[in-house]
Design a protein around this ligand. Sequence first.
Ligand code: SF4
Length: 360
Amino acid sequence: MTTYVEERLPGRALSARRPFANDLFLSNYLLATYGGCEFACQYCDLATTTIRPLGETTHVFVDVPQRLDRELEEIDPGDVVGLILSEAYQPAEREHRLTRQTLQVLAQLGQPTVILTKSPQILDDLRLLEVIHKRSLCVVIFSLPTTDHGLSEKLEGRAPAPQLRLDAAQMLHRAGIPVGFALLPIVPYVTDPTNHLSRTLSKMAATGAEFVVWDYLGIPNERHNERITDMLGYIARMPSSYYRDIYGSKPYPGLDYRTKIDEELIRRCDMLGLDVRVPHRVYHRRISPSNEISLLLRHQAFRDRAQGRERLAQLHRSLAEEAYLGRFDQVRMMQSPLWTTIHGILNPPAKQENEDDGGV
Ligand code: SF4
């Protein structure tokens, strides 16, 4: 049983602007309508930031919409706000509707928005998602580390079942909202076997989703290590050195392991017609040119690195950083095979008059 504690935000609603583009979630700013998370997934690294056990208390930040309304006046209208920190559609939302009120503010100003969720409850706010997407960009990403019901029960038993997330993604796709999935996290030995990844991706592709992103299980400190060790203890029997070989003394799996899985995922996504990362067509001309170019370059850098083009990856990463800061050195940009696309973004065709920009 989770206790809801209503409180005012201790600081600003929006985080500081990120120092570089977020190639998984597109977001320049983070925003949380709730603190903590009732779903209390076993692998969640929010557990490393809470004093009480994860899921015991949800902080309900009652003044997020009002604060956000003021703060949005100060930021670039082409920057992306990400509701990706804690679950925006955890059960508290049924009672408090803070995520809905926050989306109303985002819709009024047409601020580009990305939402990461595990809950089909997001469908309740479909009208608001449509308004935001009509005015700029609204992307929904369902977090789904596995489509295996039994495994999901063990990893994230308080979250909505995988099939509910798949069904919700299909409905959003049919409604015209760009939707994708996040394999978050990839848990070595548990969710990374090739046949498991293959089944998971096939079910995702069948919903009509456009893309998949992924990241690996982080084990940032001893407290989280204990939690992960407990979790693994009742899920998998593996050689005792298995995690030590992959992680060494680091909080994140080593590059060799990640490259192998990245290659495998890219190959399978290509076969299924799923983009790896949000495809450019989704955010083209819907966010600021510097964000758009920066993301395009970072996404390409990811593919370059995974496919062994390290020098090109480095070039694209450094150009992405320059673009993010609004610096466009044409001579350097022309070194990229993406130059024609970049040139088109920097030199858009004249806007048509009388464009309907929607309304809340
Ligand atoms: S739903 Fe997301 S934020 Fe909530 S516990 Fe699970 S991983 Fe953490």
